[in-house]
Design a protein around this ligand. Structure first.
Ligand SMILES: [Zn+2]
Length: 241
């Protein structure tokens, strides 16, 4: 039986729960905004097993709340101001805007914050531009290794690839030029989503259409592709940038 009064985390089903033990009588579940983190405050004498069971009993409610939260996030237009939440490879971060008299830059801090350094007096568009270029750079950093890995598995060669903003597609493939395009928004999704799109586009070099042949090829290359597809389809592509 633990008598731990420190904060610790319990992870269940991809949900990270911050647990705080206090001198209270009942277990309490709450969300923090705008991060959407899940917190449980628990009586001092309760053990982790009981806390786990409590979380599991609420899992449906937690997921419902989180997806509602995600929807709100998706619909709100970003202003690129402090305390706004922004996604980076599938994780939510709080933006912290720092105005300085030097070159703009972006840094991840403590796995929780994105520090956006911009020039004094920068407006929304200028802040957005710094973020966009950072996302583009980060996405481009990930792509070469993934393409190298998957072109051998799929058994194709490509001549070129690029990242661009696309409004309706996560990726596209030009079979004639053997070139693939990747949507810049993939920098905000979990890395396996980027990987799935790369495999999908490479597979188009073997099969043009989304037919049974295409699906069976995908099954062979990446057995979980349907899960990743579903995950991406839950996101609505933004049309404001
Ligand atoms: Zn396709």
């Amino acid at each position: 039986m633990q008598m731990n009064t420190k904060n610790h985390q319990i992870i269940i089903d991809d949900i990270t729960v911050e647990v705080v033990k206090k001198d209270i009588k009942n277990l309490n579940l709450s969300f923090s905004h705008p991060t959407g983190r899940v917190h449980v405050s628990a009586p001092l004498r309760i053990n982790d097993n009981a806390i786990r069971l409590f979380i599991v009993s609420k899992i449906h409610w937690i997921k419902k709340h989180q997806s509602k939260f995600d929807n709100q996030e998706r619909q709100s237009e970003r202003e690129f101001i402090s305390d706004e939440s922004h996604y980076y490879f599938g994780k939510r971060y709080l933006l912290n805007v720092i105005y300085h008299d030097s070159k703009p830059k972006v840094e991840i801090r403590n796995k929780t914050h994105i520090d956006l350094y911009v020039r004094l007096g920068s407006n929304q568009l200028q802040r957005q531009k710094v973020m966009t270029e950072w996302y583009r750079y980060q996405l481009k950093e990930q792509v070469p290794n993934l393409i190298d890995k998957w072109k051998y598995i799929v058994g194709v060669e490509i001549n070129d690839w690029s990242v661009k903003k696309m409004k309706t597609r996560w990726g596209s493939c030009n079979r004639k030029n053997k070139r693939i395009w990747l949507n810049l928004e993939l920098s905000k999704k979990p890395i396996h989503c980027l990987e799935f799109i790369i495999v999908h586009e490479l597979t188009h070099l073997l099969e043009r259409h989304h037919n049974e042949h295409f699906k069976s090829l995908m099954d062979g290359f990446m057995p979980n592709w349907r899960l990743y597809k579903e995950e991406l389809n839950r996101f609505i592509l933004p049309c404001n940038d």
